[in-house]
Design a protein around this ligand. Structure first.
Ligand code: UDP
Ligand code: MG
Length: 321
């Protein structure tokens, strides 16, 4: 087999603190993989600046001047991690044979790349990086993350347990993936849908080398919510079931109230009436809310707006193989 051209796809948002530390580490890894004969000439590091407001783009430009193996694209504004990764993958897909997406903060162990590329040589088209331990995460993050993976599974969304967005994807898969046109993105749940032979590689997740996380609880919850509503319609089935259950209960309620009325003692009952009204009201509003969420998704999907807009490149972007 001819040696594959590898592109590392690295999203960066306001990362001027960490990029000067991790960029040489990525380059060193690329060198090592090349020296080991696992990847071919023309392998590169593609940074995606996700509309940073600090000096991140400047650093990327400087790096690309120092070494032609560094290159970068800049998004016209901040669109979030998922869109940044997508932009990078779509940019890379015609220029290489394999991509590995990885965060730029050094949290994911770059040494897992060897095993990823080995798995590609063995015929896998997608290799998921899976965290073997989460010691560096807080108990809260660990607990919520694990509950969430279970919830996803219960909703019928196929994801790889403890896998985030550190993964190898071949350009062959990316060509197919390009026709997944949704704007509501949850990449880790979408790749299993493409199929092809895949496997997992385990690694330990470290602390961020510098700078701070851009994923506060609110963004984590938003992504979690996205994962379920973008890939599963089970919540709709659940509320249909709930509706049926409550309808059955109300039928019993009707029978009960008729009996009470016929027995002639129908005056007391204010409390039960209030409870029922409140309960049904609450359930209805919740169900409407869930339906509304899906309508909101449809609204965004039909607009079919671009999922990313590239405003600048460090090279002409034409360097096709
Ligand atoms: N990131 C991005 N756009 C954003 C937020 C984050 O491209 O709007 C990038 C960020 O630069 C990093 C990766 O996504 O490379 C993961 O973000 P972060 O490390 O802040 O999240 P955490 O690891 O804490 O979940
Ligand atoms: Mg991080």
């Amino acid at each position: 087999m001819e040696k594959p051209i590898l592109y590392l796809v690295i999203p960066c948002y306001n990362e001027e603190a960490v990029l000067p530390i991790t960029a040489p580490m990525f380059l060193k890894k690329l060198d090592d993989l090349f020296a080991a004969g696992k990847i071919g000439v023309g392998s590169r590091i593609l940074f995606v600046d996700d509309g940073s407001k600090d000096g991140t783009w400047h650093i990327i430009e400087e790096l690309s001047k120092q070494d032609s193996r560094y290159c970068g694209i800049q998004q016209s504004r901040n669109r979030g991690h998922q869109n940044a990764v997508l932009a990078g993958l779509m940019e890379a897909k015609d220029r290489c044979d394999i991509t590995i997406s990885i965060d730029c903060d050094g949290q994911d162990d770059i040494n897992a790349m060897d095993a990823m590329v080995d798995a590609y040589w063995e015929g896998c088209e997608i290799v998921y990086g899976v965290r073997s331990r989460r010691d560096t995460d807080t108990f809260f993050k660990r607990f919520t993350a694990q509950t969430y993976y279970k919830l996803l599974r219960a909703m019928g969304v196929e994801t790889v347990y403890n896998h985030a967005d550190y993964r190898l994807v071949s350009s062959r898969v990316l060509q197919e993936f390009a026709s997944f046109r949704e704007v509501n993105l949850f990449l880790r749940g979408m790749f299993p849908l493409v199929g092809f032979k895949s496997t997992s590689v385990y690694y330990e997740r470290h602390e961020r080398l510098a700078g701070k996380s851009h994923y506060p609880l609110s963004k984590m919850l938003a992504l979690a919510f996205e994962g379920i509503t973008s890939l599963s319609v089970k919540p709709l089935h659940i509320i249909t079931g709930l509706g049926g259950f409550i309808a059955a209960l109300s039928f019993l309620g009707v029978v009960w109230s008729l009996i009470v009325a016929l027995m002639g003692n129908s005056v007391p009952g204010w409390a039960s009436m209030t409870c029922i009204i409140c309960f049904i009201g609450g359930v209805q509003l919740t169900c409407l809310g869930v339906i509304g969420e899906y309508i909101g998704k449809i609204y965004l999907e039909v607009k079919d707006r671009p999922r990313y807009i590239i405003s600048q490149r460090t090279d002409d972007g034409e360097e096709k193989k």
